[in-house]
Design a protein around this ligand. Structure first.
Ligand SMILES: [Zn+2]
Length: 470
């Protein structure tokens, strides 16, 4: 048996080791947290939210507040309300970098004085220094928060932190369940829609020559659509909380998958109720699935037939399209007389309609993208079907479109679906050509035709649901 070599450590040796360990772990945590949630805190502090949000550390509170701040940034220090050298060192590391050489309160005091802060006459953490440290933290956070970005996971986590228990339940159970239901609805909507022989015929008729060459038979083509739908159903939807987006595909979203911003649907729930979450997400899923079908199979219509309905539409995401504004703006051209006349007969003020779309969010070329228009149409059709206004795959009546345009531009706050607004935007900005009735006919010609259902009860939604189920 070998005798163990015993090393006696003095207190200062121990302290040195402990300090080295702390230093290394600080560096480690620094690296990890730099990419996670720091920016969220910087922005909150810059907005001085520490007065009303208990998640946000308040550096003006004194040593404990500064220590809270360092701890949320990932520093491995204890909160002891004592502004000692360790706290000063960590803070200096954060502010001036690891090579600043500042490892005592006094050195920090000197540096802050040099930086022009009012640190008082004597070194140490007195009342002036306390104020100076807090001001330095606030100013630095203001500076960094101008350029740093909060990632979506952090925003999600922070929302959880602030949420009462019942809100967490809503986000974890109620909303995912509602979205699951909406997703199922959208899949079944597309199956029913594509099963419809009249719709199939229309897709076949509207195919481009190239599409025809690669498919030969209608059943070949339809098999591809149904296989794609099976894939989409299998993949389902995933949570990706991207600011300003409700749902999307492509980018960091896996193939055949719809990415969903659950925070957005949570805010819909807060503003309205779970029914509204269901209604909104149903049509958006229908919209997104159109994009996947377009990308993975082929467009449901040739670009020639899309251009017949939307003469100003183009391939916005194509090589030269992105960033372009819509060409042929109604804002620069006169509205054709026959359009004006027809709109007037429907009680629509054409100048007001034109004004409505003056906002840059509508003049952006995105509003006239081919693919987007088909998704807008699909989403809007799903909305009308769900409301019982039309049967699945049936024509949209002209009076429905004109009445909705009137709702859209009316001064009362009547809400119309965004898919509708974006669909009309391309027509209006394209110079309102052809006139509305022709436009609506062309829209209806896009992969759907009047279907004469066997049963007479048009308004019974349960029969709409059971129509052509596979
Ligand atoms: Zn879209």
């Amino acid at each position: 048996m070998n005798g163990k070599k015993i090393i006696k450590l003095t207190e200062s040796d121990l302290l040195r080791i402990v300090k080295r360990v702390i230093n290394e772990s600080q560096l480690l945590v620094e690296e990890v947290s730099a990419t996670t949630n720091r920016c969220w805190y910087y922005k909150q502090i810059a907005a001085q939210n520490y007065y009303n949000d208990k998640r946000v550390p308040n550096p003006f509170e004194g040593a404990g507040g500064v220590q809270d701040f360092l701890i949320v940034l990932g520093w491995d220090i204890t909160k002891d309300w004592d502004f000692g050298n360790e706290t000063a060192k960590a803070l200096a590391f954060w502010k001036y970098g690891k090579n600043s050489g500042i490892d005592t309160v006094n050195k920090l005091w000197i540096q802050l004085k040099k930086d022009g802060y009012n640190v008082g006459e004597t070194t140490g953490y007195g009342s002036k220094m306390k104020e100076a440290v807090a001001t330095m933290i606030l100013k630095t956070c203001e500076e960094i928060s101008k350029t740093c970005k909060v990632d979506s996971q952090t925003r999600f986590d922070m929302d959880y932190k602030s949420s009462p228990k019942e809100d967490v339940g809503v986000k974890q159970v109620l909303i995912p369940n509602a979205l699951n239901g909406s997703f199922k609805y959208a899949i079944s909507y597309w199956r029913k829609y594509l099963k419809n022989p009249k719709v199939q015929q229309k897709i076949w008729d509207n195919m481009s020559f190239f599409d025809f060459l690669s498919n030969f038979t209608l059943s070949n083509l339809m098999d591809k659509y149904f296989n794609a739908l099976n894939n989409i159903e299998k993949k389902g939807w995933v949570v990706k909380n991207s600011e300003g987006i409700t749902m999307y595909i492509n980018g960091d979203c896996p193939k055949y998958t719809v990415c969903v911003n659950i925070n957005y649907y949570f805010s819909v729930f807060k503003d309205y109720n779970i029914k509204k979450v269901e209604a909104k997400s149903e049509d958006t899923f229908v919209h997104e699935i159109q994009h996947i079908l377009w990308d993975q199979v082929q467009k449901l219509n040739s670009t020639i037939s899309i251009e017949q309905a939307f003469p100003s539409s183009y391939d916005y995401y194509g090589s030269e399209g992105e960033g372009q504004k819509i060409k042929n703006l109604s804002l620069s051209e006169k509205i054709p007389e026959e359009t004006k006349k027809e709109l007037k007969s429907k009680g629509i003020d054409s100048d007001r309609l034109k004004e409505y779309f003056r906002h840059p969010q509508y003049t952006d070329g995105y509003n006239c993208d081919w693919n987007e228009k088909l998704s807008n149409l699909a989403g809007y059709r799903s909305y009308l079907t769900d409301k019982g206004t039309i049967k699945i795959g049936a024509d949209i009546p002209l009076q429905v479109i004109s009445a909705t345009i009137n709702d859209m531009i009316s001064t009362t706050t009547k809400k119309v679906p965004l898919d509708f607004t974006r669909m009309i935007a391309c027509w209006v900005l394209g110079g309102m050509k052809p006139k509305l009735s022709v436009f609506v006919n062309e829209l209806n010609d896009l992969a759907q035709k009047e279907i004469k259902p066997e049963d007479k009860d048009y308004n019974n939604t349960s029969q709409i649901d059971s129509y052509n189920v596979t």
